[in-house]
Write a protein that binds this ligand. Sequence first.
Ligand code: NAI
Length: 412
Amino acid sequence: MKTAQTSYDKNKIKFLILEGSHRISLDILKDAGYENIDYLPHALSEEELLNIIGDYHFIGGRSRTRFPAHVLAKATKLMGLGTYSVGTNQIDIQAAKKLGVPVFNAPFASTRSVAEYVIGASIMLMRGLIEKNAKAHRGEWQKTVKNAHELRGKKLGIIGYGNIGSQVGVMAELMGMDVIYYNPSEKLPLGNAKALPTMNEVLKTADIVTLHVPETTETKNMIGLPQLQLMKKGAHLINAARGSVVDIEALTQSLEEQHLAGAALDVYPTEPKSTDESFESSLKKFDNVLLSPHIGGSTLEAQVGIAKHVTNRLIQYCNTGNTKLSVNFPQVTLPPHPQKRRIIHIHRNEPGVLMAINQVFADQEVNISGQYLETDTDIGYVAVDIDAKIEKPNLRKALQDIPGTIKTRILF
Ligand code: NAI
């Protein structure tokens, strides 16, 4: 029996890669058989994106191209969206979900880069190198042992023991540090790291406190004057998480009072929007403060890792329907489907849809060889495998007509 072609060829699937994502993403797409790729080295304005978004099945962007709901609504062919970053706040991920578009980010590709930044900053802070460097640039020769310490045997306090925090902990132990951490939910301590029951206990005992929390209403200004005063005199603070987490005025006061011996900041409550804008901060006056321009995760290695991760997730979703690691979709890890045709049905999570799907297969006398379902509060995601030889030209239409259906797709 001839197999009817009811889905696009790979070369008809159109990819748009934006903002100069590492070109390895193009090689990966081509190796996977996708040739129809537009690659732009820059971000797109809303107007530019609105003009072309309807042409693409997959788009990979970074943080400067925004995907609000009204732009996504024009993306009638869009199947998947990738963001070559950790953060997804430039995309209305809920709106994308309701349109049946999973969003994939790169949650760990820059983890190691940030962790190395923190270890480097820790060494520089404990040795007083930041201050001595600033003074040497002005001709001051601070050849003194004052404020110069080894990391070995010191306590590193980690607030937020997630991907980055735990990686920092492992590396800090290798440098001979004792690691303590606070995380509101229970986390497996790696190595000899010790969880403390409150953030304040970490603040009180650590020689260096490093922050690795997400930006949430709870973490906004979580390090203010009371928290800084709890820290040991002569301790150091590192923030390579999000700028909103530290109250900069309070930190300025603590440094002026010489309570903290130094700080390293990579992120700020307001950051320049481009390299042309100048950077303003009340912390610029301190020699003992390392200020870096939000580059904790910016290494070539991280860029390659991000490009590989996100591109492979888009390809996996396109080829197999696998939604693993999507930030807005029910997570379904699907096996390969040789000799099978796989039908994807994305629907609003309403009673009776699954029954209606099964009814369509029963009505058309199609035997189901595998079925996978996952739901969240908004949508249901179903993958159904059937024998590839089965030819039912009306099957997809019947599934598409089920009330509550958002999208259907047939994979070969
Ligand atoms: P993650 O999600 O793996 O870990 C965050 C951890 O913080 C979780 O374990 C969570 O339970 C914990 N947490 C949440 N609320 C907390 C609270 N109130 N107190 C203490 N812990 C709390 O995130 P990941 O990948 O480790 O990233 C951490 C931060 O680093 C994020 O803000 C991220 O945006 C930022 N980041 C910064 C980069 C840079 O260039 N500077 C690059 C990459 C990430």
